[in-house]
Design a protein around this ligand. Structure first.
Ligand SMILES: [Zn+2]
Length: 336
C-alpha cells in the first residue's frame, strides 16, 4: 500500500470503509447467511481469459454501467519470496513501483490522476501479502492505452530509474506504515525496521529480475472494454516482456520464518531480532519439533468468520476445544 503525501487521506478513509465493509459482511454472515444458503449459489461473475505468448494472462469481466475500466495486475510473488534477513522487502518493492519510471519520471500516481483516476476513492494503489503483490487503477476507458504504457514502462525500467534517494525515502515510508499498523495484518508479514534499512538498490533490482515475470502475472480488466480490445492493448504494451515464469523458492527455511513470525507476535523486540539467525540455522526436523511443542490447539485461538450454518458442524467435529459463537457486536450469540 502506498502512503504518498497526496494519498494519506485516502488511507484513512479506506480503512474506515474497510471496517464498515467488514461489519456489513459480519452482519450478512450472522443475520442473512442462512437466507443465502437457502437460496442457493453465490452470484456468478462471468469472465473471459486469454494468455499471451509470453505467458501473461489477460482476464476480463465486462461491465458497461460506466465508461470506466479497473485494471489490476497481479504477481505471484510476495513476502514468502523474501530471503532471510530481508523481511519487508516485498512491501518495499511494491512501493518502488510508484516512484516513477524512466520515461514517466516523478510520481506514478500523478500520471494516473491526470488520466482520470480518483486517488481519494481508491482509484490507484497496490497491496502486498505473503503470496502475491498487486497494483490497480480505475480510469475512464478512453485512457486504457496510457495506463498500459505506464505499466510497461515501470516494469521495464524500474531498476534503471531507481535512485538511492528514492530508496531511502521509501524505506522510511515502509517503516512508518509498519508503525501505523498498516502492515499489521493476519498472515504474518511483519517487517523488522532493521531489515528494511539493510535493503540495497541491487537487492531491489534482483527481486525485480527474479519475480516480475509475465508467466507469473495476470492482468485483469473490469469495465467497459472487450476481450479483443484488452488483449490487443496488452499485446502492444506488454507483448515484448520476456522471461517466462518466476523462480519459486519456498524452501522450508522461508516457511519456518513465517511460522516463527506468527508465533513471535507476542514476544519482545529483542526476541524478534534473533529470529532471522535462528531461521537460517533451522532444519526441517527442528521446525517440526518446534511446531509440535508450541502450535498446540490448547494454546491457540482459531478465529473464523463465515456462514455459521456451513462452518459450525465441521469445526465441532474437529473437537479442538470450546467453540464460542459471537454476533457482530462481539457478544455471545444464541445457538440456533
Ligand atoms: Zn505500503
Amino acid at each position: 500500500m502506498i502512503t504518498l503525501k497526496t494519498v494519506k487521506r485516502m488511507e484513512a478513509s479506506k480503512r474506515i470503509r474497510r471496517l464498515a465493509a467488514l461489519l456489513a459482511l459480519l452482519f450478512f454472515v450472522f443475520a442473512g447467511g442462512q437466507i443465502a444458503a437457502q437460496n442457493g449459489a453465490l452470484p456468478k461473475v462471468e469472465f473471459e481469459k486469454y494468455t499471451l505468448a509470453n505467458g501473461l494472462q489477460v482476464i476480463l469481466h465486462v461491465d458497461r454501467k460506466l465508461p470506466m475500466v479497473h485494471v489490476n495486475q497481479w504477481f505471484h510473488a510476495g513476502s514468502k519470496n523474501e530471503k532471510p534477513g530481508r523481511t519487508g522487502f516485498a512491501h518495499l518493492f511494491e512501493h518502488m513501483m510508484f516512484q516513477g519510471s524512466k520515461n514517466a519520471p516523478g510520481e506514478y500516481v500523478s500520471y494516473v490522476e491526470n488520466a482520470g483516476a480518483n486517488i481519494f476513492e481508491g482509484g490507484v494503489n497496490g497491496t502486498t501479502n505473503n503470496d502475491r503483490t498487486n497494483y490497480f487503477v480505475t480510469v475512464p476507458s478512453a485512457n486504457l492505452e496510457l495506463i498500459l504504457w505506464l505499466e510497461s514502462d515501470r516494469l521495464a525500467t524500474l531498476p534503471e530509474a531507481l535512485t538511492q534517494v528514492k530508496l531511502d525515502n521509501q524505506r522510511d515510508v515502509v517503516k512508518n506504515e509498519r508503525r501505523q499498523g498498516l502492515e499489521n495484518q493476519p498472515y504474518g508479514r511483519a517487517a523488522l525496521p532493521g531489515a528494511v534499512q539493510q535493503i540495497t538498490r541491487a537487492d531491489v533490482a534482483k527481486f525485480h529480475e527474479t519475480y516480475w515475470k509475465p508467466g507469473s502475472s495476470a492482468l485483469i480488466f473490469v469495465g467497459e472494454v472487450t476481450l479483443a480490445e484488452a488483449t490487443e492493448l496488452a499485446k502492444r504494451a506488454l507483448g515484448d516482456w520476456s522471461g517466462g515464469a518466476a523462480q519459486q523458492f519456498e524452501a522450508h527455511g522461508r516457511i519456518a520464518r513465517q511460522i516463527a513470525e506468527l508465533w513471535a507476535a507476542g514476544l519482545p523486540m529483542s526476541e524478534l531480532q534473533k529470529e532471522n539467525d535462528e531461521t537460517e540455522k533451522a532444519t526441517l526436523a527442528a521446525v517440526n519439533a518446534s511446531a509440535q511443542k508450541y502450535a498446540a490447539p490448547n494454546q491457540s485461538t482459531l478465529l473464523l468468520v463465515g456462514d455459521l450454518s456451513k462452518i459450525e458442524a465441521g469445526i465441532r467435529e474437529l473437537n479442538l476445544g470450546e467453540v464460542v459463537i459471537l454476533n457482530t457486536e462481539g457478544k455471545p450469540a444464541g445457538k440456533k
